[in-house]
Design a protein around this ligand. Structure first.
Ligand code: AMP
Length: 194
């Protein structure tokens, strides 16, 4: 099926450490640009809540702040993108490892779509911890406790941060300050997107 007129493919990645505000900004950006928000964290929490086989496998891993195996994540993402015409997606929390980044490259190549942009939200570490502790009180996410938060930060630095360079080398990355109000951050992101 040809793309709907005026609807060109668009794929944006929202990256950054836990607590940087990816989820909030992803929702606003998806709405503003007419993109489908694909948050692997939300999808996984949905599986946990529904008690699916994937959810049962993922729960302990998520509660420990570790990463769910690449092949499970890639299959989950692929099934969301399959049949999307044109592909208009905003990824929140994906890719998180080099294997996932390579799988995304392949997926986009198979779909004949070019990555539009990757945006990395940057927030001071003290502020990240403050936000995550606030979210723990408000939302009661089972992975927002101190030990898990610390591990998620370490996992981010070890496994996901190197990906920023991967996109930077390809001229796709914009680093944006995630400090300040939701509106200010949203405006900064809007300015760097093509
Ligand atoms: P998030 O809501 O993005 O902070 O994700 C919550 C948890 O879900 C993470 O700490 C991981 O355990 C898991 N998760 C989410 N996205 C991914 C991904 N792309 N790869 C591996 N694990 C993920």
């Amino acid at each position: 099926m040809p793309p709907v007129q005026g609807q060109r493919p668009e794929v944006v990645l929202l990256m950054g450490p836990p607590g940087a505000g990816k989820g909030t900004q992803a929702a606003l950006l998806a709405e503003g640009r007419g993109l489908r928000k694909l948050s692997t964290g939300d999808m996984l929490r949905g599986h946990v809540d529904r008690g699916t086989e994937l959810g049962v496998r993922a729960k302990g891993i998520m509660d420990a702040g570790e990463l769910v195996p690449d092949e499970l994540i890639v299959a989950m993402v692929r099934s969301e993108v399959d049949g999307m015409r044109p592909v208009r997606a905003l990824f929140d929390g994906f890719p998180r490892t080099p294997v996932q980044a390579a799988a995304l490259d392949k997926l986009l190549h198979d779909e004949g779509v070019e990555l539009t942009a990757a945006v990395a939200l940057e927030v001071d570490e003290d502020e990240l911890v403050r936000r995550l502790e606030g979210r723990a009180r408000q939302e009661g996410r089972s992975d927002d406790n101190e030990a898990t938060i610390r591990n998620r930060m370490a996992v981010y630095q070890r496994q996901t941060q190197p990906l920023l360079e991967y996109y930077e080398t390809r001229g796709k990355l914009s680093r944006v300050s995630g400090m300040g109000s939701v509106e200010d951050v949203f405006e900064r992101i809007a300015k760097v997107l093509p």
